[in-house]
Design a protein around this ligand. Structure first.
Ligand code: PRT
Ligand code: ZN
Length: 226
């Protein structure tokens, strides 16, 4: 699919929670870049490793299509999109190479504060709003619950107050957003952090050597941090 390249291309989030820590981590591996004027592409100076600055949701697809070789993305996004690919009959196209130790959060099921929570079976016949339909559907199936998944791309936490859903399934870190919306977490579906993602297949020779060197440096940088 992609044209042969002897440079490695890494996709990271352009702006958002993972943007600065991703850059800082890669810089601590000895990489530096000359930024292009549109700030979408950063040309690697010390090593032939370039950055593509994108929305986090685009990162797994860029790896699947071979447009990028590696990406820094939330495990939540990677696993959700893998689930959506499988549901569409497509093969797995990317895998987690390293956990990076930042961007920690969990995907949680939350219900109105007034509910007395006993078990997932309480959700039978209910509507649950989420931006993570594949992860939620898998969990519901595992728990033997039949509920309606309401897909929302944002502002999931206000869905119960708007009458769009009875419960929600969303990312939580401090829990302040849930509390502000009179919701309480009752189950954790998935633990997440930022990961380095790569393709399931091996790289060709030139990029393979670059990728191995980068992983060695990354392991060194991660060891110092922990
Ligand atoms: O523009 P782009 O699409 O790239 O950005 P985005 O808005 O989709 O992503 P962004 O920057 O919000 O999040 C990027 C990644 O950070 C996520 O995919 C997660 O892997 C990770 N992350 C870590 C989080 C959180 N913590 C988090 N708390 N992502 C989102 N949240 C949101 C959550 O959805 C909820 O609205 O923060 C709110 C809850 O936070 P608390 O602290 O109130 O519990
Ligand atoms: Zn996003």
């Amino acid at each position: 699919n992609a044209t042969p390249r002897d440079r490695l291309r890494i996709a990271i989030q352009k702006s958002g929670r993972l943007a600065d820590p991703a850059r800082a981590l890669l810089a601590s591996c000895g990489l530096s870049w000359r930024e292009s004027r549109d700030r979408l592409f950063c040309y690697g100076e010390t090593l032939p490793v370039d950055l593509l600055l994108v929305r986090d949701d685009d990162i797994p697809g860029l790896i699947a299509d071979g447009v990028c070789d590696l990406g820094v993305v939330g495990r939540n996004v990677m696993t959700e999109q893998d689930g959506e690919r499988r549901a569409a009959g497509k093969p797995t196209a990317y895998r987690e190479l390293r956990a990076l130790g930042f961007g920690d959060c969990r995907l949680a099921l939350a219900v109105p504060e007034g509910w007395e929570w006993k078990s997932p079976r309480q959700l039978d016949g209910m509507r649950i709003a989420t931006s993570y339909p594949a992860l939620l559907s898998q969990w519901l199936a595992d728990e033997g619950v039949s509920a309606e998944v309401v897909l929302l791309s944002g502002s999931v936490e206000i869905a119960p107050r708007l009458g769009q859903a009875d419960a929600i399934c969303d990312l939580v870190s401090s829990g302040a957003t849930l509390a502000a919306n009179q919701l309480k977490p009752v189950a954790t579906l998935f633990e997440s952090e930022a990961v380095l993602a790569g393709p399931v297949h091996e790289f060709d020779a030139a990029r393979g050597e670059l990728a191995s060197m980068l992983l060695r440096r990354l392991d060194g940088a991660l060891r110092i941090r922990h």
